[in-house]
Design a protein around this ligand. Structure first.
Ligand code: ZN
Length: 274
């Protein structure tokens, strides 16, 4: 899934590797997918996208926006995989969108469980996308302790820390994936209630949020997610499906997994206090 480190990584890679390419062939979805979302009828994407030249890419929250000339934009959301392929690679038979460029290279867009591939002119009328564009990223200095305290203090006391940080998109692109290591470094259990936090625990959580996301982004995303070239990110997750039932890197106790608030949480039962 695309969260803050991956939208940053994908947008940097797309900006460096796609800008300047002109789209020559557009193949709409070849395999129907109930949970692949588009702007209008993707059958009309060739009319919109063919001949467009890619100019830049921007990552924010759980989105990557690929800007083309004539104010045309392609936005992908958190469950969409995008992959750049060399001219010599075989074009896959199944995809949700395929763009071929004037140099013969091509990008494929695929959706695993659910995801969006939205192509449009000017503005994407989607509240999450609009909210994400207007928000301050934790990778930016503007998201400081004062800003974080405002989010923390303006929510209900009985919220758990997972509900606070990884639901409602209070910090766009901070999802259940990156949450796990943020909480591990802050030594806080995902079910921990907000009202029980001391000032120093709140400060630790803020520091971990900033430093963990920066490290993930600097290393090209998490090792559970793939980049534009189909490679896993360089950040080794401490708590994820890859480390469940393995020893905690600090104390050696086994990492546990539980279902909580619409997704799995991972934690070390001795390092993270409830
Ligand atoms: Zn531990």
């Amino acid at each position: 899934m695309i969260e803050i480190p991956e939208s940053k990584t994908l947008s940097l890679q797309a900006g460096n590797n796609l800008a300047g390419k002109r789209i020559t062939v557009v193949t709409p979805p070849t395999s129907p997918h109930k949970y692949a979302f588009f702007c209008g009828d993707p059958g009309e994407y060739p009319d919109l996208l063919k001949g467009r030249k890619i100019q830049s890419a921007e990552g924010h929250g759980m989105f990557v926006d690929i800007h083309c000339d004539e104010n045309v934009c392609i936005t992908i959301g958190d469950g969409t995989n995008i992959r750049l392929c060399n001219p010599s690679e075989k074009r896959p038979a199944k995809n949700q969108l395929l763009l071929v460029f004037d140099d013969g290279s091509f990008v494929t867009f695929n959706v695993a469980m659910y995801g969006g591939i939205w192509a449009y002119i000017d503005t994407f009328d989607n509240p999450y996308h609009q909210g994400s564009l207007k928000s301050i990223s934790p990778l930016n200095d503007g998201l400081d302790e004062f800003y974080f305290d405002n989010i923390f203090n303006s929510t209900l006391k009985n919220l758990s820390v997972k509900a606070l940080l990884a639901t409602e998109q209070r910090i766009p692109g901070l999802g259940n994936g990156v949450l796990q290591d943020i909480l591990f470094h802050a030594r806080i259990h995902p079910r921990r209630k907000k009202a029980t936090f001391s000032d120093s625990e709140k400060a630790d959580l803020f520091q971990s949020l900033k430093s963990t996301l920066k490290k993930m982004a600097d290393m090209g995303g998490r090792d559970t997610e793939k980049d534009l070239f189909g490679h896993f990110g360089g950040y080794s997750t401490l708590l994820s499906k890859k480390t469940v039932n393995k020893p905690c890197s600090v104390c050696g106790n086994l990492i546990k997994k539980e279902a909580y608030l619409g997704g799995s949480v991972y934690f070390c039962p001795s390092c993270q206090t409830l």
